[in-house]
Design a protein around this ligand. Structure first.
Ligand code: PAF
Length: 279
C-alpha cells in the first residue's frame, strides 16, 4: 500500500488504474481511524478492485471555536489499519496541497444543511461539500463510502452528487457501536472515564425513542420529548438538539410517516457527540 501526499501523484496512479480497467472506491476520512471507518474500507474493498482512503483533517469544515488544532491524528496507525484492511492507497495531503493561499471557490447547499448540525455549525457543510467535491474530482471514484453515523452529511453528499451530476455512487454504511452501545467516533477519545459512562445516555435515549416509533407512535413531539427526558436526567449531558425529520429531504415534520431520521447532538462535558436512527 502506498501513502501519497500530492494530487499530482494520486492522479497519475488513478490514470494507470483506469488504463488497466480497475474500479475505484473512495473512503474519505479525517483519520484517527476506528472500526467504523474500517467497516467502510472493508465494504469498499469488497466492491472495488482499488481503494483510496483519504486521511485529511479538513480545516474549512471547522468553525473558529471548534477542535481543529486538537483533532486527534496518528498517520502511522491509520496507514497500518488501511493496509491490513486491503486499501491500495492512503491519500494524505497537507492543507497547502488542498487549498492555495488564495483559495476562494466553495461548494455550498441550501435546504438540507440549514437544520440539525447546520444550526450550530453554520459553515460546516460548506467545508464538507467543498472538500468532498475536490476528493471526487481528484480520485474520480466509481463509488464513495460514508457512514450513517453522520447521517446529515450522508444525506447532504447524496443530494450534492445528484444536483451536481457527479458520476459516482454513494454507499451509506451502518453505524458501528462499542459493545455498550456508544457509537464509534474519533471524538470519543476526548471523554474522561466519567464522561465516557455518561455518553451512554445518547444510545439509551435513542433506543427508547426507536422503540416508541416501532411500537406505532406517530407524534414527533412525543418521541423527541421521551428522548429529551432520558438525556436530561444525565447531569453531564447538555442537549444541542433532538429532532425527527424526513430522511430524504431532512424536512421538519410533526407526524412520523415514511422513512424518518431521528438525530441528536449532545454535549458531554465539552465534547459534542452525535448519534441517530433511521426508521
Ligand atoms: O466524515 C468525515 O470524516 C469528514 O466530514 C469528511 C467526509 C472526510 C470530509 O472531510
Amino acid at each position: 500500500m502506498k501513502i501519497v501526499n500530492t494530487v499530482e501523484e494520486l492522479r497519475s496512479i488513478i490514470k494507470e488504474w483506469r488504463k488497466a480497467g480497475e474500479t475505484i472506491g473512495l473512503v474519505p476520512t479525517m483519520g484517527y481511524l476506528h472500526e467504523g471507518h474500517q467497516s467502510l474500507i472493508k465494504k469498499a474493498v469488497e466492491e472495488n478492485t482499488k481503494v483510496v482512503v483519504s486521511v485529511f483533517v479538513n480545516p474549512i469544515q471547522f468553525g473558529p471555536t471548534e477542535d481543529l488544532a486538537t483533532y486527534p491524528r496518528d498517520l502511522d496507525r491509520d496507514a497500518k489499519l488501511c493496509e491490513e484492511t486491503g486499501a491500495s492507497v492512503v491519500f494524505h495531503p497537507e492543507p497547502e496541497e488542498m487549498y492555495y493561499d488564495d483559495f476562494c471557490t466553495y461548494v455550498d447547499m441550501d435546504g438540507l444543511t440549514k437544520g440539525l448540525c447546520g444550526k450550530t455549525r453554520p459553515t460546516h457543510f460548506r467545508g464538507v461539500c467543498t472538500v468532498v467535491s475536490k476528493l471526487f474530482n481528484i480520485t474520480t471514484p466509481d463509488k464513495a463510502y460514508f457512514g450513517q453515523k453522520d447521517a446529515q452529511q450522508l444525506a447532504v453528499i447524496r443530494r450534492m452528487v445528484r444536483d451536481l451530476n457527479f458520476p459516482l455512487e454513494i454507499v451509506g454504511c451502518p453505524i458501528i457501536r462499542e459493545e455498550d452501545g456508544l457509537a464509534k467516533s474519533s471524538r470519543n477519545t476526548y471523554l474522561n472515564p466519567e464522561e465516557r459512562q455518561a455518553a451512554l445516555v445518547l444510545h439509551r435515549g435513542l433506543a427508547a425513542g426507536e422503540e416508541l416509533v416501532r411500537g406505532g407512535e406517530k407524534s414527533v413531539s412525543k418521541v423527541t420529548s421521551a428522548i429529551r427526558e432520558i438525556i436530561e436526567n444525565e447531569p453531564l449531558a447538555k442537549i444541542d438538539y433532538v429532532e425527527i425529520v424526513s430522511w430524504d429531504g431532512l424536512d421538519e415534520i410533526s407526524e412520523i410517516d415514511g422513512e424518518v431520521l431521528c438525530a441528536i447532538a449532545v454535549y458531554i462535558g465539552k465534547t459534542r457527540l452525535i448519534d441517530n436512527f433511521i426508521v
